[in-house]
Design a protein around this ligand. Structure first.
Ligand code: SER
Length: 324
């Protein structure tokens, strides 16, 4: 733990699927008190109270600036966003939060001389004309969701703030993130989290994507490791300021079902595609992340069988702890 660190880190959107685990990882590195977690609501359980927490709405520009100054913040991880499925239900809010929230952070970074900013982008910046296999770093970006449109605009803003104001902003185009600790928040890839929980709890699952829908995915430990690795890299190594492609897994609901059946042979899955099917079909199936590998050494560790085994063991442990 870097107790002597002079960094003070602000996390915005700390209660989310990614935010919860990233807060924990950053506190392990920098020390609990050097990481200020914020979200629009108080955290759901006391375990996240291992360090400072404050309510913050990133759309409150004055509140954001005041917090940065009073806490002497040096780095910001801005994770608050509406994801693809929720964004289609609330398009104006998705644009407002995803774009104006980011602009508030970038402006605050400029005004308060913040050393580094992390901001997540997504595979949703790609669209129907993008090559879907091994999608390159630089290619057609014609997103069809509000989420994708807002994140693509955000990527351009990040690059702009680097080029114009030299803000050290770094980003990743995350694929679907799979975790067992916290629920995802309204994405198209959420089935890959739900399917494990339902396999253990009910022995069956109804999937909202068709069985052969391939999407890029990543296990959360890889996502956390990649994020920290990107943020720790020498600034001179970062050649992409919009957001890096970052790949790990590519699988369909059928593949993950087979993988779960290695552990739970009777697991039954039915398919009833909904509006999310169309979103999934506009996204890549696999990602070419060679630029991230070259620039800062990205390499995923988990394959599908390893991830499945790890998730099921951990979910079983959590279940037993609840019973005891
Ligand atoms: N997981 C996200 C979503 O499904 C993709 O970035 O919206």
């Amino acid at each position: 733990m870097m107790e002597t660190s002079t960094e003070k880190i602000l996390l915005i959107g700390a209660n989310g699927q990614l935010g919860t685990e990233l807060t924990e990882a950053l506190r392990n590195i920098y020390g609990n008190n050097r990481v200020v977690a914020t979200d629009v609501q108080a955290p759901p359980d006391a375990s996240s109270a291992d360090g400072p927490f404050q309510i913050l709405n990133v759309l409150d520009k004055a509140g954001l600036g005041a917090l940065i100054r009073s806490q002497k913040i040096t780095q910001i991880y801005h994770l608050a966003a509406l994801l693809s499925a929720t964004g289609e239900k609330k398009p104006m809010l998705a644009w407002e939060l995803n774009v104006n929230g980011l602009l508030n952070v970038l402006e605050a970074a400029r005004e308060c001389s913040i050393r580094k900013v992390f901001w997540p982008s997504t595979i949703a910046v790609f669209g129907t004309q993008t090559p879907r296999l091994h999608t390159p770093q630089h290619t057609v970006t014609d997103p069809v969701t509000v989420y994708g449109i807002s994140k693509l605009a955000g990527e351009r803003w990040c690059e702009y703030y680097f080029a114009k104001y030299r803000i050290d902003v770094r980003g990743l185009r995350y694929p679907g993130l799979i975790s067992y600790k916290n629920p995802p928040g309204g994405g198209t890839t959420d089935y890959a989290v739900e399917i494990y929980q339902q396999a253990l709890e009910k022995g069956s699952y109804q999937c909202y994507l068709a069985s052969d829908t391939y999407l890029p995915m990543m296990y959360m430990p890889d996502a956390i490791r990649g994020t920290l690795q990107l943020m720790e890299a020498e600034a001179s190594r970062i050649t992409v300021r919009s957001s890096y492609n970052i790949g790990a897994l590519s699988f369909s609901p059928q593949d993950v079902t087979k993988s779960i059946r290695e552990h739970i042979p009777d697991f039954a899955v039915s398919y009833q595609p909904d509006f999310r099917q169309q979103i999934a079909e506009s996204w890549p199936q696999s990602i070419d992340d060679s630029v991230a590998r070259r620039d800062w050494g990205w390499k995923p560790e988990y394959n599908l069988p390893q991830m499945t085994a790890d998730i099921l063991v951990n979910l079983r442990n959590i279940k037993e702890e609840r019973v005891v």
